[in-house]
Design a protein around this ligand. Structure first.
Ligand code: NAD
Length: 487
């Protein structure tokens, strides 16, 4: 263990919800066990909030919106967000440790998530007072302008795979626009959500601007999505739950941002720079043990380069070590025994496919949720493993002959979150960027290192709405048109 790690990583009481200015247990008094996926041990007992806690949190958010927080200037909101970002940086190692223990993420990856959270706060802190309206030419005797206004109370339902990053991009943008937030973290991983809320209050965020209610999806999550006092819902998670959230919010005619994962392809042409591509091809599949909405789980390779990619990716897979998060190997455990069962179920359905290579376990306790990273070769594009989101460290290699076939295969799933193209041919880069059905397309890279500044979101079953960058600020606000007739 590095000596920066303290014996007790919890510097706060993890069994409480933040509602207004109060840290309090769930109204029911119920708690849930939070397990360490690296070894199955008990990490903490967290509040099992339900509809009553959500109701109180929404009321606290409404009071903040109608009170100090709602009246604050955009500049002052931005300063508070900037201070929160600095507080995150100051506690970086503590936050990384919590995320590693809670999510099972190797420490290096958890540290990168802390950096991203701080960067979101810095970005949205700086952006808060840069959002302006327009003046519009209209009839003689009129002055017309637009105002960007917050929705009011914003509900955030967050999954377990990247708690800090997803809180950064959704809560950060919503607060920058002046919304008051109710955050429902995932029952499997919520320690950094609670830690973040402490840092927000310490940095001067007024009471009620951010409320945090851990709880089960079917209780706290459903109550938040369908609450009549919520004016915007942002959700990241599975397609099935996203559809439920949209239905619940729809009953109140409330806008929803859905980010539902994908089956994102990297398309490698014969003329690609394979040395440059290789780290991106592998890392985009195994980062966070493949439990990444924008994971690249399909690698499409043109015929002449196929054997070289197969050989080099196989060698890379054989070198992948898998172990507990604090050992900081390339791959950690999955989030839970349940997720391990889901991923193993996919691999059982791959018995007709050829395994090219697998990683190896190093000092991994049997009680942890480990799945060996697995590279599958020559996978038919219509096979379920080439079409369904697995959400585990599994990548499929699919050969193709020409550009038209590559586009057909790449666009041949229900999803459309991220795609990349690897080619030195500039015209082909441009054609592919247009043809690929995805919310983000990368040319000769993948993921652009997270890209806080870059609008992100999907098409098709990957969801709708855009997060990150300035675009998120438009999503977390509504436009009012003011037409003044003065003669
Ligand atoms: P999920 O979509 O059920 O959970 C995500 C969040 O939604 C959690 O906070 C959960 O408590 C909440 N939730 C659950 N039911 C709800 C409801 N009825 N109303 C409102 N909120 C509710 O995902 P999961 O069960 O944790 O994982 C299952 C699969 O989802 C994974 O295998 C993976 O394919 C996918 N997933 C995708 C992402 C992503 O980043 N896109 C993240 C997590 C999971």
């Amino acid at each position: 263990m590095p000596d920066t790690i303290r014996p007790d990583p919890l510097w706060f009481d993890a069994s409480l919800c933040l509602i207004g200015s109060d840290w309090r247990p769930a109204a029911s008094g119920e708690t849930m066990d939070l397990l360490n996926p690296s070894d199955g041990s008990l990490l903490a007992r967290i509040a099992a909030g339900d509809a009553e806690d959500i109701d109180r949190a929404v009321m606290a958010a409404q009071q903040a919106r109608d009170g100090d927080w709602g009246r604050m200037t955009a500049t002052e909101r931005g300063r508070i967000l900037t201070r929160i970002g600095q507080a995150v940086e100051a506690r970086a190692e503590d936050l990384a440790l919590l995320e590693a223990l809670d999510v099972g993420k190797p420490l290096t990856q958890a540290r990168a998530d802390v950096t991203a959270l701080a960067r979101y706060m810095e970005f949205y802190g700086g952006a808060a007072d840069k959002i302006t309206g327009e003046t519009l030419p209209y009839l003689d005797g009129y002055t017309v302008y637009t105002l960007r206004e917050p929705h009011g109370v914003a509900g955030h339902i967050v999954p377990w795979n990247y708690p800090m990053q997803i809180i950064g991009r959704s809560v950060g943008a919503a607060l920058a626009m002046g919304n008051a937030c109710v955050l429902k973290p995932a029952e499997e991983a919520c320690l950094t959500a609670l830690a973040f809320a402490h840092l927000c209050r310490d940095a001067g965020l007024p009471a009620g601007a951010l409320n945090v209610v851990p709880g089960r999806g079917a209780q706290a999550g459903a109550a938040l999505a369908g609450h009549g006092g919520v004016q915007h819902v942002s959700f990241t998670g599975s397609v099935a739950t996203g559809a439920l959230v949209q239905q619940a919010a729809g009953r109140n005619v409330v806008p929803v941002t859905l980010e539902l994962g994908g089956k994102s392809p990297q398309v490698v042409f014969n003329d690609a720079d394979l040395d440059a591509a290789l780290p991106f091809l592998v890392n985009a599949g195994i980062q966070n043990a493949g439990q990444t909405c924008s994971a690249s789980s399909r690698i499409l390779v043109q015929n002449s380069l196929y054997d070289a990619v197969l050989a080099r990716m196989s060698a890379a897979y054989e070198a992948l070590s898998v172990g507990p998060a604090l050992d900081d190997r390339r791959v950690g455990p999955l989030i839970s025994a349940r997720q391990k069962t889901i991923v193993e179920g996919f691999l059982d359905r791959a018995s007709d496919l050829a395994v090219a290579a697998r990683g190896h376990l190093v000092d991994a306790p049997e009680t942890g949720a480990y799945v060996l990273p697995t590279l599958l070769r020559d996978v038919p594009p219509e096979h379920p493993l080439a079409r369904d989101e697995i959400f585990g460290p599994v990548q499929v290699l699919i050969p193709f002959t020409d550009e038209a076939e590559a586009i057909r295969i790449a666009n041949g799933t229900d999803y459309g979150l991220v795609a990349s193209v690897w080619t030195e041919n500039g015209a082909r880069q441009m054609r592919m960027a247009k043809a690929l059905r995805a919310g983000q397309v990368f040319v000769n890279n993948y993921g652009a290192g997270g890209g806080v500044e870059l609008p992100f979101g999907g098409v098709g079953k990957s969801g709708h709405g855009r997060e990150k960058g300035f675009e998120a600020l438009y999503g977390f606000s509504q436009l009012k048109t003011v037409a003044a007739r003065h003669g």
